[in-house]
Design a protein around this ligand. Structure first.
Ligand SMILES: *Cc1c(COP(=O)(O)O)cnc(C)c1O
Length: 392
């Protein structure tokens, strides 16, 4: 059997149609878009068209779209740039406990430099309570950054409602929409956010290209310093082919969004229901319905997530665990701890993130493999032996 890739929240394959659109911009139309001669103007025009496509889909103005080198860069630019640009007004930043490290570590960076950071708690499903945001506001709050959808447990935040609280007080609102873009419908005007981050490789475009949307009039310092690209806001020669691929991938994703989401929601729910029935002592992490169509996250008691991943890998399955291995020590995921899981349960977690290339047959194969592997790992666990004895 071929390998089964179910780690689409980590990255996605680039679509063939997207590659076809990109290729001429490597070999044929290679002019630097900042150049005045014909070749430069040609690529500049292509860049502007990509900008228009993206702005049209997200419902903002093309001049509010700034191309970056990644989702991480967009997050850092938004947070660090807005914090310093509004320092005279205050130094308090509010975020959530379950953000991606691109946001959390940017906030940590600011905290070490005299800013004050509040990390809002989330409920058992990973949802930020708007009341908690209201209560956290202070006279010196200048920026709120809360993600649209979580990369580990798929929880979708009430961004429009959270943003309205910020707007009432004239506080800037940024959202990391990297997991949401191309996967759920996003309308920037409707959300009313000031800044929003995107990354191409999470929706079948290449790695190394992203967007920061900045609403006209928003005070944000530049993050990259150099040439006058992106209307003097983001220095560095644009990744022309990458940007063109990102626009095409977003265009296709937008057209197919509804149909694909029906398909993925069905697969996801089938997987969740079957695993919940077949494997004892398991827990679905995140909300049952208010989650990304492609996200599945389970904790299995009495096993180690890392062992589970290795054994799945042997069976040809590429998935992800909640725990990240940092400097030799296994730290359980900050997201799973924030939703209230004890360390030992957070350690036995598995994220399956599916996309349109995945099939029901693959889900069945993964479920069968999981049943066998979880049982085998539990059979080796002295803790589980105790539990079985206790049950009898
Ligand atoms: C992947 C991801 C990022 C980082 O994007 P890169 O383009 O890989 O730097 C940021 N936030 C979230 C929620 C992500 O899933």
């Amino acid at each position: 059997m071929n390998r089964i890739y179910v780690d689409n929240a980590a990255t996605t394959p680039v679509r063939k149609e997207v590659v076809d659109k990109m290729l001429p911009y490597y070999t044929e139309f290679y002019g630097n878009p900042s150049a005045v001669y014909a070749e430069g103007q040609q690529t500049k025009k292509a860049l502007d068209e990509a900008r228009e496509t993206i702005a049209g889909i997200l419902n903002c103005q093309p001049k509010e779209i700034f191309f970056t080198g990644s989702g991480t860069e967009a997050d850092n630019w938004a947070i660090i740039g807005a914090a310093y640009a509004n320092k005279a007004k205050g130094n308090h930043i509010i975020t959530s406990a379950i953000e991606h490290h691109a946001v959390l570590h940017a906030c940590d960076y600011l905290e070490k430099r005299g800013f004050e950071v509040t990390k809002l708690p989330v409920d058992e499903y990973g949802i930020v309570n708007p009341e908690d945001l209201k209560n956290a506001l202070k006279d010196n709050t200048v920026l709120i950054t809360i993600m649209t959808a979580n990369n580990e447990i798929g929880t979708i935040q009430p961004i429009k409602e959270l943003c309205a609280i910020a707007k009432e007080k004239g506080i800037l609102f940024h959202t990391d929409a990297v997991q949401a873009t191309g996967h759920i419908k996003l309308d920037i005007k409707d959300l009313n956010v000031d800044m929003l981050s995107i990354s191409g490789h999470k929706f079948n475009a290449p790695k190394g290209v992203g967007v920061l949307y900045i609403k006209t009039g928003t005070r944000v310092h530049n993050y990259m310093h150099g040439g006058g690209q992106e209307r003097n806001r983001r220095a560095g020669t644009e990744n022309v082919a990458g940007v063109i691929g990102m626009a095409e991938a977003l265009r296709l994703a937008d057209i197919e969004l509804e149909e694909k989401n029906k398909y993925l929601t069905n697969l996801r729910d089938y997987f969740i229901d079957t695993v919940s029935k077949k494997i004892p002592y398991c827990r679905l992490n995140g909300h049952r319905t208010n989650r990304l169509p492609g996200n599945i996250n389970f904790s299995f008691q009495y096993i180690e997530g890392e062992s589970l991943l290795l054994m799945l890998d042997i069976k040809g399955i590429s998935a992800s665990s909640g725990s990240a291995c940092t400097s030799g020590a296994l730290d359980p995921s900050h997201v799973l701890l924030a939703i209230g899981l004890p360390h030992e349960i957070a350690h036995g977690s598995l994220r399956i993130s599916i996309d349109s290339q995945n099939t029901k047959e693959e889900m069945d194969y993964i479920i069968d493999s999981l049943v066998t592997i979880v049982q085998r790992l539990r059979d080796m666990s002295p803790l589980y032996e105790e539990v079985l004895k206790g049950d009898k």
